[in-house]
Design a protein around this ligand. Structure first.
Ligand code: NAP
Length: 302
C-alpha cells in the first residue's frame, strides 16, 4: 500500500500501527523515530522496524507520515519533520484532539504535503512501545477529519488513508474536526476527568478511610482506577488542547450533578429513579452497538 511509512512517536499507538502494518505487509519499509533514546533502544530490541536516530532520516522518502506523539508535541514534531517531507506525501496524526492539532501541524506543514488528520478510538491504560499490539485497532472506530482542501490528489489521499485504517481492522468514519472535539469531550475526555478526580479524591481521603478504599475497591472504584491509570502527559495535553469543548460539557455535567444532589437532599426518589433508568438503557445501547461485552462484570471472574 505504501513504500515507506514513517511513524513519529513510538508509544502504545505508534508501536501498534508499526506492528499491524508489518504483520499485514502494508509497506515495504516501516521507519520509526522517537525523541526518547531509551525508547528507540527498546524498539530496536523489539525489532519494530527501521529505527532512526534523526527525525529527518525516518521521514525522508516516506509516502505516509504518522504523527503519534502526545497532542502537545504535534507542532514540534511537525516542525522538525517538515524539511524532509517528500512531495505528495500523506501526513496524518492520531491525536485525541483535532482542532488544536490541526492548527499546530498546519503552522509548519510543507505546502506540497497532503494532511489528513485522524483519531483511532482505540487504546488501553498502558503506554510505551511494549504496550503496543497488532490487533489494537481491530473492530474499533477510526475517525478521519479531512480538511477543506480542493487540491488535486487530496480526495485520493483521504481514500488511501481510509483504506489503510480499514486494512488495520478499523471501521472508518469521516467527521468535521469541531464536531469530533465535542463528541470526544462527552464519550472520552469527561469520563477520564471524572475518573482522575474520584481516584485523586480517594487518595486525599486515605487518612480517613485507612486503606479501606483499596480493600473494598471491587465495589466500583477499581473501574475508575483503570481509567485513571492512563498516561498523565497524554491527558494533560488533551485537556489543555480541547479546553472549550470540555468546559462546555463539564458545565452541563456540573448542573446535572447539582440536580442529583438536590434530589438526594429532598428525598426525591422519582428523579433519581428516572435518571438511573435512562442511564441503564444507554448501557444496553452500548452493548447492542457491539462496543462492550454483555457478560456480567465485563466477563471478569471476580
Ligand atoms: P505514549 O505511549 O506516551 O507514546 C508517545 C511517544 O512519543 C513517547 O515515547 C514520547 O517520548 C514520544 N515523543 C514525545 N514528543 C516527541 C517528539 N517531539 N518527537 C518524537 N517523539 C516524541 O503515547 P500514546 O498513548 O501512544 O499516544 C500517542 C498519541 O495517540 C497521542 O496524541 C494521544 O492523544 C493519541 N491517542 C492515544 C490513545 C491511548 O489510549 N493511549 C488512544 C487514541 C489516540 P517521551 O516519553 O520522551 O515524551
Amino acid at each position: 500500500m505504501f513504500q515507506r511509512i514513517a511513524i513519529l512517536g513510538i508509544g502504545l499507538i505508534g508501536g501498534s500501527i508499526a506492528r499491524a502494518a508489518r504483520a499485514l505487509g502494508l509497506a515495504q519499509t516501516i521507519a520509526l523515530y522517537d525523541a526518547d533514546a531509551s525508547v528507540r533502544g527498546r524498539c530496536r530490541e523489539l525489532e519494530l522496524g527501521e529505527i532512526c536516530d534523526k527525525i529527518e532520516a525516518a521521514v525522508s522518502g516516506a509516502d505516509l507520515i504518522v504523527l503519534a506523539v502526545p497532542v502537545g508535541a504535534m507542532g514540534a514534531a511537525m516542525q522538525a519533520a517538515a524539511p524532509a517531507i517528500a512531495e505528495g506525501a500523506i501526513v496524518t496524526d492520531v491525536g485525541s484532539v483535532k482542532g488544536a492539532v490541526i492548527d499546530a501541524v498546519a503552522a509548519s506543514l510543507p505546502a506540497h504535503a497532503l494532511f489528513v488528520p485522524g483519531h483511532p478510538l482505540a487504546g488501553t491504560e498502558h503506554s510505551g512501545p511494549d504496550a503496543g499490539f497488532a490487533t489494537l485497532f481491530k473492530g474499533r472506530w477510526h475517525i478521519l477529519t479531512p480538511l477543506e482542501d480542493a487540491r488535486p490528489g487530496y480526495a485520493a489521499a483521504i481514500d488511501k488513508l481510509e483504506g489503510f485504517w480499514r486494512a488495520l481492522g478499523a471501521n472508518v468514519e469521516r467527521m468535521d474536526p469541531a464536531r469530533h472535539d465535542v463528541v470526544l469531550a462527552v464519550v472520552s475526555h469527561l469520563p477520564h476527568l471524572i475518573a482522575f478526580n474520584i481516584v485523586a479524591m480517594a487518595e486525599d481521603l486515605e487518612s480517613v478511610t485507612e486503606s479501606e478504599v483499596v480493600k473494598y475497591s471491587a465495589s466500583g472504584f477499581r473501574d475508575f482506577t483503570r481509567i485513571a491509570a492512563s498516561d498523565p502527559t497524554m491527558w494533560r495535553d488533551v485537556f489543555l488542547n480541547n479546553r472549550d469543548a470540555v468546559l462546555e460539557v463539564l458545565g452541563r455535567f456540573s448542573e446535572d450533578l447539582a440536580a442529583l444532589q438536590r434530589a438526594i437532599r429532598w428525598g426525591d426518589g422519582e428523579t433519581l429513579y428516572d435518571l438511573f433508568d435512562r442511564a441503564r438503557r444507554m448501557r444496553r445501547e452500548v452493548i447492542e452497538a457491539g462496543q462492550d461485552t454483555p457478560a456480567p462484570n465485563w466477563g471478569r471472574e471476580n
